[in-house]
Design a protein around this ligand. Structure first.
Ligand SMILES: CC(C)(COP(=O)([O-])OP(=O)([O-])OC[C@H]1O[C@@H](n2cnc3c(N)ncnc32)[C@H](O)[C@@H]1OP(=O)([O-])[O-])[C@@H](O)C(=O)NCCC(=O)NCCSC(=O)C[C@@](C)(O)CC(=O)[O-]
Ligand SMILES: NC(=O)C1=CN([C@@H]2O[C@H](COP(=O)(O)OP(=O)(O)OC[C@H]3O[C@@H](n4cnc5c(N)ncnc54)[C@H](OP(=O)(O)O)[C@@H]3O)[C@@H](O)[C@H]2O)C=CC1
Length: 416
């Protein structure tokens, strides 16, 4: 356990004083000390002085800071901890995820882990969740401006040519070993054109990878067509913002999970009937979301996705895309409950980003997906399937609780 305390050597004291006097900026502390731990300690003590607070906890952590300060977190001063719960076993019959899984959930919302645990037990007792990935394409969309419509049209026609796509595919080899350009779609608004590039990023979630790859493609476009690039990201991607384009066309992995739950299991485990659940799903998730103008038609996909993403070192901002989830519930011909969740945009990786940090790596290891897959891409697909099955568990339990009239009771008992 790292506890870099308040003891400073003479050199560190001198630098702290210079930070406090404004001679050295917080950002540049690392340039004046021998190791990154000293820099973290000096910054934290400086912030204590400047803000008039005394930290009691953030200095205690087990993170290997060398990699974190280089790759993840600028101006590091410590770490916050999020409690980790586990749900499961959750039985999954996916193409990549097969068998029983224990789901790591980093959350402070009482009743959430219990809910996913209940959903997992219902799914596992019903023979498991079937899961399939229907699309795999991480997007980045630069924006270009043209002097007039004629030139805009010429640009879009040029982009459509097979030979242009081939050149772009070749060009990105300058920037990535694993990334592959799959396709490009053009969107026009007046004299502005957006190119929405789709990439296979293998085991990386891929946003850094595709940003760098798109940058070299933009160089090619400038050289070969002479277009005026306005921004490397023009929001048609659409990264970390709710957008119909990502919900409809998909972004990252598009994943669907299904389960059929026997009527008596619904009654004994979820304390309601399949018919009551279908009614709640229809009037709440479908009609209620439509009336609200929502892009998501689910109960709390974001809850499950946030807890898993934080546990597994994913970028939590991509919870936005996770919330496009659509939940369906029907009664099959035997009177059992048939439930599906469709997640159009799951942005997950098992290499890069926060996946290398020790505690997050432990969670990925728990799921058997840390690092590169045996065949690159297999681990991130397995993780995406596990995320979808976990969302299915969360939907079943919460809709069950609302159908049984247990939502408030559960949160009164477990959440306060
Ligand atoms: C809380 C339960 C699960 C109780 O559910 P229950 O059926 O009354 O509890 P039970 O004691 O009969 O236990 C049934 C199973 O639940 C699990 N379970 C039960 N308790 C625990 C526990 N302490 N720790 C771990 N697992 C637990 C466990 O799997 C257990 O099976 P067993 O192990 O006994 O064979 C249920 O009422 C429930 O799921 N409620 C919904 C809670 C929920 O999903 N909250 C999520 C947050 S809500 C929110 O943020 C979004 C919202 C609501 O605003 C969105 C919207 O608009 O809808
Ligand atoms: N830059 C941006 O605009 C944005 C960045 N982010 C951040 O980006 C980070 C995630 O980006 P991401 O690109 O996933 O991660 P990294 O930038 O960490 O890149 C992943 C690296 O892993 C290498 N790699 C090794 N093995 C594999 C494998 N099996 N499959 C794929 N790649 C492999 C790739 O090499 P190579 O490239 O040579 O193939 C790549 O360089 C997160 O920290 C996130 O917060 C989020 C949103 C936007």
């Amino acid at each position: 356990m790292m506890e870099s305390g308040r003891n400073l050597n003479l050199q560190e004291k001198d630098i702290l004083n210079k930070v406090l006097s404004g001679e050295i900026s917080i950002r540049k502390v690392a340039m004046f000390v021998e190791d990154w731990e000293s820099a973290i300690k000096i910054r934290r003590l400086a912030i204590e002085e400047l803000a008039g607070v005394e930290f009691e906890n953030i200095q205690n952590y087990s993170i290997d800071t060398e990699n974190v300060v280089k790759k993840n977190t600028e101006n590091m001063i410590g770490a916050v901890q999020v409690p980790l719960g586990v749900a499961g076993p959750l039985n999954i019959n996916g193409e990549y995820a097969q068998g029983d899984f224990y789901i790591p959930l980093a959350t402070t919302e009482g009743a959430l882990v219990a809910s996913i645990n209940r959903g997992s037990s219902v799914i596992t007792g019903s023979g498991g969740a079937n899961v399939r990935i229907f699309q795999n394409s991480m997007t980045r969309a630069p924006v270009f401006k043209f002097e007039n419509l004629e030139r805009t049209k010429k640009f879009v026609d040029w982009v459509k040519k097979k030979s242009t796509l081939e050149k772009m595919k070749e060009k990105i080899k300058e920037s990535t070993r694993y990334g592959e350009l799959l396709n490009v779609e053009s969107f026009v608004l007046g004299n502005t054109a957006y190119l929405r590039f789709g990439f296979d990023t293998k085991d990386a979630m891929g946003m850094n990878m595709v940003t760098l790859a798109t940058d070299v493609i933009v160089d090619l476009i400038v050289d070969e067509f002479g277009a005026d690039p306005i921004s490397l990201s023009g929001n048609m991607c659409s990264d970390k913002k709710p957008a119909a384009v990502s919900s409809i066309n998909g972004r990252g992995k598009t994943v669907v999970a299904e389960v059929t739950i026997p009527r008596d299991t619904v009654e004994s485990k979820l304390k309601c009937t399949p018919d009551e659940m279908v009614e709640v799903n229809y009037r709440k998730n479908l009609l209620g979301s439509a009336r609200a103008g929502s892009l998501g038609f689910n109960a709390h996909a974001a809850n499950v996705i946030a807890a898993m993403y934080i546990a597994c070192g994913q970028d939590p901002a991509h919870v936005v895309e996770g919330s496009y989830t659509i939940t369906t519930m029907d009664i099959d011909k035997y009177g059992n409950l048939y439930c599906t969740v469709t997640l159009p945009a799951v942005a997950v990786g098992t290499v890069g980003g926060g996946t290398g940090i020790g505690t997050q790596r432990d969670c990925l290891n728990l799921l058997g997906v840390s690092g590169s897959g045996e065949k690159p891409g297999e681990n991130s697909k397995k993780l995406a399937e596990i995320v979808a099955a976990s969302v299915l568990a969360g939907e079943l339990s919460l809709i069950g609780a609302q159908a049984a009239g247990h939502l408030a009771r559960a949160h009164a008992k477990l959440g306060r």
